[in-house]
Design a protein around this ligand. Sequence first.
Ligand code: ZN
Length: 316
Amino acid sequence: MSKTHIEISEVGPRDGLQSITPIMSTADKKAWIAAEAAAGVREIEVGSFVPARILPQLADTAELVAFARTIPGLTVAVLVPNFKGAAAAVEAGAHKITIPLSVSETHSLRNVNRTHAQMLEETARIAELIMGRPEAERPKFEGGLSTAFGCTLEGAIPDATLLRLAEGLMAAGCDEVGLSDTTGYANPAQVKRLIRLVRGAVGEAAVTGVHLHNTRGLGLANVLAALDEGIVTVDASLGGIGGCPFAPGASGNIVTEDLAFMLEAMGYETGVDLEALIAVRQQVQAALPAVELYGFTPESGLPLGFAQGQGWGASV
Ligand code: ZN
């Protein structure tokens, strides 16, 4: 029986590094990306095309895209805040570009000083740019619906707003939309409900990925809810770096090592070698000695007799 493949999309080099003060050297970033790809992770968000004065931590994104493109089989993803960033991303040869759109307009204005209408206009310009490239060079274009599960400024987000923006992004030319729990407000029932709701509006094929946080300890529970709905790409960050960890002791982003362990133990196919992944964590910790890494699996170790690709807990 063939197993279901779940894509773990590593966002640490972008979401993680943008949230911490130390700036990782380009050489250390390349070593991280190479080692994690060698451990079997097939999609890595290597950076964001934002001005270096805003995020000096990510100033080397173009160089990282060029480097990551040399790794066979790796999908090289980046975030872009606007048209200018998207043009740079396409030029650099990113395979997948995501533009985040805050479903909370207050958050959008606060973060990028743009209204929803302005963001959708920007998205349409980017889609036009992509369609102007030869087919083989067109990156996959995703609209990321951030604060989809609630906002620290606006609180609950009306379903109608979420649906209008999901439809707006698709109409503007996105290939897909992703639901993003920027604030860590999501719970499993809500994850299921919103995936169904948005799919009902834009189609099942247009919603395949989620970006969930672990701010309130519900990260993996939310992943499970998303898997039940047929989601096949899940973002996570090595050591749980980044993603605004408000609560002490809780990671912001979902921890890649714990996610990979859960999926492999459940019998999903991730392509990730857990021992190798845990070794990458040690490498990243050595490069960022002042940064606290999260995760239970790396601290506790794998169950006795756990064999890669065998699952765990089925009858023996
Ligand atoms: Zn995040």
